[in-house]
Design a protein around this ligand. Structure first.
Ligand code: NAD
Length: 266
């Protein structure tokens, strides 16, 4: 199966290419970057930290989709929304790892999934997808007497906050309570905030160093506290999950799928 990588010179893009190259059941169809990016023209194998492959990074995303059975996208929200339209036009399976999409960009992904199989997950690791299920379950079991707070920490280069994974954990907690996250999310606290509003789901964002991704869901109740924590030690986890999703998506009916579908956790 031929897999293409958009954003091939990014932190995740390089890992994704190394993972595709390492898999016996996958072949690297190519890699694309923004026009004018210094990686355009460089060898994809070298960008992935491996031996030269004899294939150069390009800047023609349309051509990449035409050459691939599935394309993996860990880039930036505007690019991902545009690439979803290309995936729909060419009926190419599309794997979305990019986070921080606004409502219109998210709607573009959902609309494209009417024409092709799209797997979208803010976090492609098995552990976080298990944590999502646990969070939903604990939230449903404990009820409103337990205040829910989600704490996340990422490396200093991350550009969106709270992380897509923190928001997904918030949605899972809200689902457990039968409410919409948008109605109860408390993403920023500053100054004289007053007391905590019962039923709120709070977020705290830490940034620094080279932390790959830590998430804790805190359930704080009368006289006790439960903390569910996931710590990612390497981006390889996410790359492996994304390539597994691409292999799973090929030939699938059009639809908007999650990692829970890929990992059969639903
Ligand atoms: P990065 O900045 O290192 O890489 C992004 C790459 O995309 C860059 O090389 C950039 O030049 C490229 N790019 C931007 N616009 C493009 C376009 N129009 N065409 C082609 N290439 C383009 O960032 P990163 O750390 O690799 O993260 C990328 C995204 O993936 C972020 O949104 C991050 O939150 C998300 N992420 C998701 C998971 C997951 O498991 N779902 C894991 C890690 C990171």
């Amino acid at each position: 199966m031929k897999i293409g990588i958009v954003g091939c010179a990014g932190r995740m893009g390089r890992m994704l290419m190394a993972e595709v190259i390492a898999r016996p059941d996958a072949e690297l169809a190519g890699g694309a970057e923004r026009s004018g990016h210094e990686a355009v023209g460089q060898d994809l194998g070298v960008l992935a930290g491996l031996d030269s492959l004899g294939i150069s990074a390009g800047d023609d995303v349309q051509a990449l989709f035409a050459a691939a059975d599935a394309v993996i996208d860990f880039t930036a929200p505007a690019a991902t929304a545009e690439n979803a339209r290309i995936a729909a036009d060419q009926a190419t399976a599309f794997i979305v790892g990019t986070t921080g999409l606004d409502d219109a960009q998210q709607a573009a992904i959902v609309q494209a999934s009417e024409k092709t199989a799209i797997v979208q997950a803010a976090n492609m690791s098995l552990g976080v997808n298990v944590l999502l299920g646990l969070t939903r379950q604990v939230s449903a079991t404990l009820g409103d007497d337990y205040d829910i707070e989600i704490v996340e920490m990422h490396h200093r280069h991350k550009v969106d906050a709270p992380s897509g994974t923190a928001l997904a954990l918030g949605r899972a907690a809200a689902e457990g309570r039968g409410v919409a996250l948008d109605d109860v999310a408390q993403k920023v606290r500053d100054g004289h905030t007053g007391e905590r509003v019962p039923g709120d789901i709070g977020f705290a964002t830490l940034r620094g160093g080279d932390v790959v991704g830590d998430h804790t869901v805190v359930f704080s109740g009368p006289g006790e506290r439960i903390e569910l924590t996931h710590r990612a030690a390497s981006r390889v986890l996410f790359a492996r999950g994304a390539v597994t999703a691409a292999l799973w998506a090929e030939g699938r009916a059009p639809g908007h799928y999650s990692m829970a579908d890929v990992l059969d956790l639903s």
